[in-house]
Design a protein around this ligand. Structure first.
Ligand code: ATP
Length: 370
């Protein structure tokens, strides 16, 4: 079949010049369209510089939801804001912390098992108990480095529920109205993926006492957050809970404290707790028979769990340096076990650096004045 291009006006076969003209026009129109598209895309990126970031978080959210095995993602009908929040989801099986990694906090762990995990797991039974109200807020408070974040992560792992980790910066969007929509999305997403825990680390920063200095957008976001939280409390069917952690409970608004009826103090470890933490931290290391963890724990007064972890790392690494030094003289293949002396030396170094820190003053309980 022969394809013939004809002149529109005369119907005569088109000349070579006319065909050339047509081809040039098609190419020019295509090129103009391409550059216009590029220009508009650039303009959108200038107007909304977060576009790329939004796309990346959407893709991450889709992947996480798939891993969570929440059925068909399309059926969840997630909004743009919910997808943004979903990019912060933590998959329980990926959490490397469980109860056995936490030393000396058995009372707190038991309380969490009883008040949070059991009602999540045995909803069938708890639903029949009309006087039981599942807690909608729980606060972990205490000095830095004593295991609050570890407890929150282990709770999510053991409960096997959706864990939404809220980052303060994520909700404080500079665009007017966006913060409120994101705050609302936290709760609607948790509702769609329930049972779920909404975890807010440093809740004092996120929802600190509302003050006159609050930016209008921040104040509105907080108000939205609080009213949605109230919605949870009045809905007995909902399996969504907010868990907050703070080093500064006195900075938290009383209205927020009231929404967190369960408040668990995660204190500085006492001597027995320190011995337990030492045991857990050093479990994977080879210890010399000279090591006496109970004796060592007595000398670590004022050390947090994080300090103890750091001290053990120091002791272990110092031994590696010593090994590498001596390797130059003789070929020693095996790294020696950790001696009591290594741990004592490391604790003295840490004690010295701790002496220069400001002492940490912490309330034993958080009072609510009605
Ligand atoms: N009770 C504990 N048992 C075992 N390890 C602990 C314990 N407490 C703290 N640690 C160690 O200290 C690290 C920090 O703990 P974590 O982040 O849970 O403290 P935190 O109370 O949340 O601190 P912050 O308030 O500064 O966020 C842990 O990763 C762990 O190595």
């Amino acid at each position: 079949m022969k394809l013939e291009i004809t002149d529109i006006e005369t119907g005569d076969p088109a000349s070579r010049a006319q065909i050339f003209n047509l081809v040039v026009r098609i190419i020019c129109t295509g090129a103009a369209g391409y550059f216009l598209y590029k220009y508009v895309d650039k303009l959108i990126n200038i107007v909304d510089p977060t576009k790329k970031q939004k796309k990346a978080s959407e893709e991450k959210a889709q992947e996480l939801l798939k891993q969570l095995g929440k059925g068909n993602i399309k059926d969840l009908k997630l909004t743009e804001y919910e997808l943004n929040i979903a990019s912060q989801l933590i998959i329980p099986k990926d959490i490397p912390v469980s109860w056995r990694h936490i030393g000396g906090l058995n009372d707190i762990i038991e309380q969490i098992k009883e008040t949070i995990i059991l009602p999540f797991h045995r909803r069938d039974i708890f639903k029949q108990c009309k006087l039981f109200m599942p807690p909608k807020g729980i606060l972990l408070y205490g000095p830095p480095g004593c295991g609050k974040t570890m407890i929150a992560k282990a709770t999510a792992k053991e409960a096997g529920c959706t864990f939404i980790n809220i980052e303060v910066q994520q909700l404080t969007d500079k665009w007017y109205g966006e913060s409120q929509k994101l705050a609302a999305a936290v709760f609607s997403l948790a509702h769609k993926l329930q049972p779920a825990i909404i975890f807010i680390d440093e809740i004092d920063v996120f929802l600190q006492m509302r003050s006159d200095r609050d930016h209008e957008v921040t104040a509105m976001m907080k108000a939205t957050f609080m009213s949605l939280w109230d919605g949870l409390s009045s809905d007995n069917e909902s399996q969504v809970m907010v868990m907050g952690a703070t080093n500064r409970p006195r900075q938290i608004d009383q209205a927020i404290l009231r929404r967190m009826p369960i408040r668990l103090n995660v204190p500085m470890p006492d001597v027995q707790q320190r011995a337990k933490i030492l045991e857990i931290v050093l479990a994977a290391e080879r210890l010399d028979p000279t090591v006496n963890l109970s004796e060592l724990a007595i000398t670590l007064n004022g050390f947090s769990g994080s300090d103890i972890g750091e001290m053990c790392r120091h002791a272990s690494v110092a031994r590696v340096h010593e090994h590498l030094k001596s390797e130059r003289d003789s070929e020693m293949a095996e790294l020696r076990a950790i001696h009591m002396e290594d741990l004592e030396k490391a604790s003295k170094v840490m004690q010295k650096s701790k002496c220069s820190e400001v002492p940490y003053l912490f309330p034993q309980s958080v009072e609510i004045s009605e």
